[in-house]
Design a protein around this ligand. Structure first.
Ligand SMILES: NC(=O)c1ccc[n+]([C@@H]2O[C@H](COP(=O)([O-])OP(=O)(O)OC[C@H]3O[C@@H](n4cnc5c(N)ncnc54)[C@H](OP(=O)(O)O)[C@@H]3O)[C@@H](O)[C@H]2O)c1
Length: 232
């Protein structure tokens, strides 16, 4: 049984990963910023009281992340896997640049993952073959960039996350922690839209399969949910 922390677990890929982990008998600290509105997640938690713990965590709020870490530490002495899944996307362009929106996206998608790792790393250090999976995007790849491929802020935020992955892969290697970035596919969620190519169950299953098979040799890599390597 793995003990897992997921951010943004109330809908989309995060909810689907939570379900699959729980149905596989794993224990999940399923975090979200508004637990009282997380109907599907609360239902899953009610049906699986021993395995699902819903915890308030807003990745852009230092105090919220710190309080969440204290709440989780009161219930477990370790984590085996952290999945930084929470993310936002505002469609922007050169003409519509708005610095407040830009900074919010960088904060949520980039700094948010760093906040979570810093607050939860002591629990992760006590885990078995501990891992961090940062849910990034192909849009954060420098080499994959082309005209009209995503948005300034979103793409930049995922590039920030990718650089954080690289730094963590060096800093936490001596703790035995393997850190990767992951492109989850273009997925049928509120963010991906209904025309997307991949279903949430297929994306979640792929991500969890890659995560389960990671070894120290994968530290610092950028994966696609289907197990292939994504170019940086
Ligand atoms: N869908 C795609 O095609 C696609 C492609 C590449 C990468 N991704 C990445 O995959 C991850 C999951 O995306 P998704 O498709 O499942 O999107 P989604 O359905 O829009 O879900 C986003 C999740 O992030 C949460 N979130 C947003 N801001 C937050 C904050 N400040 N604190 C905590 N949680 C926050 C949301 O919570 P609320 O309900 O409270 O807003 C929600 O649970 C994201 O990182 C996204 O960038 C998605």
């Amino acid at each position: 049984m793995q003990t897992v922390l997921i951010t943004g677990a109330n809908r989309g890929i995060g909810l689907e990963m939570t379900k699959q982990l729980v149905y596989g008998g794993n224990r999940v600290f399923a975090t979200c910023r508004l637990p009282e509105q997380a109907e599907a997640l609360n239902q899953l938690a009610n049906e699986n009281k021993e395995l699902v713990h819903v915890v308030q965590l807003d990745v852009i709020n230092d105090m919220s992340v710190h309080a969440a870490a204290e709440a989780v530490a009161a219930q477990t002495n370790h984590l085996d896997l952290i999945i930084n899944n929470a993310g936002v996307n505002f469609r922007d362009s050169f003409e519509s640049f708005n610095s407040d929106e830009f900074l919010l996206v960088l904060n949520a998608n980039g700094v948010g993952a760093m906040r979570v790792v810093v607050e939860f790393v002591d629990l992760l250090r006590q885990g078995s073959a501990p891992k961090i999976v940062n849910i990034s995007s192909q849009l954060g790849s420098m080499t994959a960039q082309k005209p009209n491929f995503g948005s300034y802020a979103y793409n930049a935020s995922k590039a920030v996350m990718n650089m954080i992955t690289r730094h963590l892969s060096f800093d936490l290697a001596s703790d035995g922690i393997t850190t990767i970035s992951m492109h989850p596919g273009w997925v049928q969620t509120d963010m991906g839209g209904s025309s997307a190519a991949v279903t949430p169950p297929d994306s979640a299953a792929g991500i969890l399969n890659v995560a389960a098979n990671l070894t120290a040799a994968d530290n610092g890599k950028f994966y696609i949910y289907n197990g292939e390597i994504h170019p940086w």
